[in-house]
Write a protein that binds this ligand. Sequence first.
Ligand SMILES: C[S@@+](CC[C@H](N)C(=O)[O-])C[C@H]1O[C@@H](n2cnc3c(N)ncnc32)[C@H](O)[C@@H]1O
Length: 244
Amino acid sequence: MRNALIRLHIHAKGLLLLLRPHRWLGWAAHPLRFGANTLALSAWIARQRKGPDVPNDFHTFRRVHARRERLHEHVVQRLGLHDSPIDYLEFGVFDGRSFRWWLAHARHADSRFHGFDTFEGLPEQWGAFAKGDMAAAIPALDDPRGRFHKGLFQQTLLPFLRTAPFVEGRRKVVHLDADLYSSTLFVLTALGPYLRAGDVLLFDEFNVPNHEFAALQAFQAAWYVRTELLGAVNNHYQVALLVL
Ligand SMILES: C[S@@+](CC[C@H](N)C(=O)[O-])C[C@H]1O[C@@H](n2cnc3c(N)ncnc32)[C@H](O)[C@@H]1O
């Protein structure tokens, strides 16, 4: 019986693909993916804790950009990052606003800050933003602890990792602010072998179902990396996760 059902399933799938369903249902691929990812995001949000040690403003009617810095300040305070050495990696630097914030708040002399960006804008369209939007000059820095890596992450990250940049036992703070699914998934999968318990993942456009959120889901499904919420603001637009 089981074998008959398996054979039926195989033949039905073959016949369905023979009908070239993409020709008449191709238009439905995006809404279906968006719907499935929205359901997964809703389930993810329902599982998250909230309390005095885990700030989480869900649900709020007001999105306030300054809350992002309050979330980052919470992470700095809770993990004592003001005065302990960290490796800070930012993917999506644009004009350097968040990069400078981290330089100013993680003050330990041995901390290192690496910013990655094309500085020529987004490599793909993202929602209302076109390919090439968010281009910016490489920000000037007066702090020798910071460095920028210009180019696509897909071209700069693996050579950077081959230089053995991390000190075992030193916490990594990875700030994922590239907006796109492809960019975020590439970075997470490339960093997979280097992530350790206690590292921090910051997301900046997390609750967009088909992008940063979907990239984290795909990464965790493949790498079995578990995380716990450190805090979230603006209805999970920005989230901070601790690697377990
Ligand atoms: C939202 S902006 C970053 C904002 C910045 N973190 C801040 O808060 O000030 C997103 C940036 O990601 C960069 N980006 C996206 N995908 C990339 C990729 N695959 N390689 C390099 N840069 C990328 C874009 O060039 C853009 O500057």
